[in-house]
Design a protein around this ligand. Sequence first.
Ligand code: GYE
Length: 355
Amino acid sequence: MKKLLAFVLVMALSLSLAACGGTETTTTTAAPADDGTTTTTAAPADDGDESEAPDNGGDASDIVVGFSQIGAESDWRVANTNSIKRSVEEAGFTLIFDDAQQKQENQIKALRNFITQGVDVIAFSPVVESGWDEVIEEINDAEIPIILIDRATDIEGDDYYETFMGSDFVEEGEKAGNWLVEFMEAEGRGDEDIKIVELEGTVGSAPANDRASGFRNILKDHANYEIVASQTGNFTRAEGQTVMESFLKSVDKIDVLYAHNDDMALGAIDAIKAAGLKPGEDIIIVGVDAVKKAFEAIVAGEMNCTVECSPLLGPQLIDNINKLMAGETLDKRTNTIESLYDASNAEQELPNRVY
Ligand code: GYE
């Protein structure tokens, strides 16, 4: 917390890019402040607002943010990366961005590099929940504040990070379960035996663990609902498609697909069509994220519901960094406000989607 911030106008941007994955550094040159502006935070559903740092005479580009991102596995992830890059750029900080290509060992390497480079703050989305103790201890020893973005770790206690910014994945699973039960009742199928296949997210990741348990929290009170097959599609469209192909071959009766994200649901829709079935009718499809393509699928009648999980965390991140640099203590949790979309509201909301 050694540096002070200045109000920023973006003047120039120098960008060195690794073609696919790896680390890139973005340096933004800022003009000195002159208007004493204070910090503002954008609403989570709108990525258009800017966060501004207080005018206290420093140079914003001296603030170095190391961001260890998981990868680019889904539309959600790409939108999250873009939101954070854009907000850091607008704030005028220097960003060292690392794309770990969904590999924990790459993230650990990036985090150690951030320590060596002496960054001022580490923003970090842990790909899986466990296996971080050693590297987190090293970061804590180096006294670099950690902001957890999107996913949590299984390390006990909350002393090791400043704030966790993201969604409640258990609640998302519960919303998906509740939507399904209500939908089936409305269809007159409330007492039928309902067979569900599940496309899980990355094995060991917080959203895969929690979206699975939240969904089951609801189904346990409905004995006629059964999850008959469950397999990871690693949050990607391609794997969602291939796993669904194998479900369609190996599972006798499939009434519902519950996918832990929309990308896998969209891949599965391709598989269902290729098998000569009607997605959204022959198989009811529930996803998570609320990406634009899921809205389009709902409007086309090929998907039934998506539970919103907003990736637009950039403005809130800047707000938190500004507070940290000003010596403030952050709330341990920064929640995002989210909704749920189906045939009743998807068409109306579609033009507003920014991811
Ligand atoms: O749902 C999925 C992505 O961690 C919430 O990761 C995130 C999940 C998101 O790849 O699409």
